[in-house]
Design a protein around this ligand. Sequence first.
Ligand code: PMP
Length: 317
Amino acid sequence: MASGLPWGTVTKSATQPVNNTFAYLDGGWRPLTECTVPVNTHALQYGTGCFEGIRGYWSGDRINILFLREHFQRLAGNAALLMMKSPTVDEMCTIATRLVRQNEPKHNIYIRPMVYKKGLTLGPVLIDVPDGFLCYMQPLGDYLDTSKGLSVCVSSWQRLSDNSIPTRTKATGGYLNSALAKSEAVMNGYDEAVFLNDRGQVCEGSAENIFLVRGGELITPDRTADILEGITRRAILQFAKDLGIPAVERPVARTELYLADELFLVGTGCQVSWVRSVDKRVVGAGTRGPLTERLQRAYEDAVYGRNPAYASWLTPA
Ligand code: PMP
């Protein structure tokens, strides 16, 4: 039912799952619609889960899964940190690859694996609650529009801190923080929100890491800034190294956003999306900047398998 709210760039076609795909839930393969959990599931009640988002790119004759192992290594580490038991990295890679093979998609996809507390007991505790694992996929075009410059705002919502819900864990419950910021941004007519952390420093978007260019240097908040240690962020830093672009990870002040020559968001969902304005202040010349364009092209060439130097990032399904 139409809500009357201005949904902005969160397009329904980009975010809706397809019900007739096969999915994996706790040891079994079933149609997605039959993968259900009881209403008193711990993860549903308390947000006790952690997840990944993985892209598969259709290259004309097959799907190449981007950073398959890296995503499951991050998930296994985060699950252990949150006292959840995940399948092994190898097992999860096999499940995700089989998921794609079974569903035979012929377009870009998004794979969503999750480790979750499947116990049915009362009480927000992580110990002695059984764990589950699920994995499903859906089509995914652009999550944010990568061609048009985004209009972003600094959020009035503060980013979760490492000592509350560590954002680096990609915990399901932590995404309420993202949802509040994104909703506020969209309701106010922006495409996306940028968080500040509890020290007032620039952190990340609701589901993206952030990069600035100032004086020819690429800058991104460092790993202690309450960010998710993004896999796309790491890829961008690798491109910078390979292309000879100076790059630094360091604390970033809010007003640096307003003085940046170029600004862009990166992530599995948004890929490389350039920002036209922050809090109504136009970034640089108000067009996609030259370094952003180089990095966006490098990213697209790598993920579509057009640059053999990055072939190891892709797993054919
Ligand atoms: N930050 C947050 C909060 C995210 O949800 C995401 C998406 N996973 C990112 C950054 C980007 O991370 P990645 O490049 O690993 O997808």
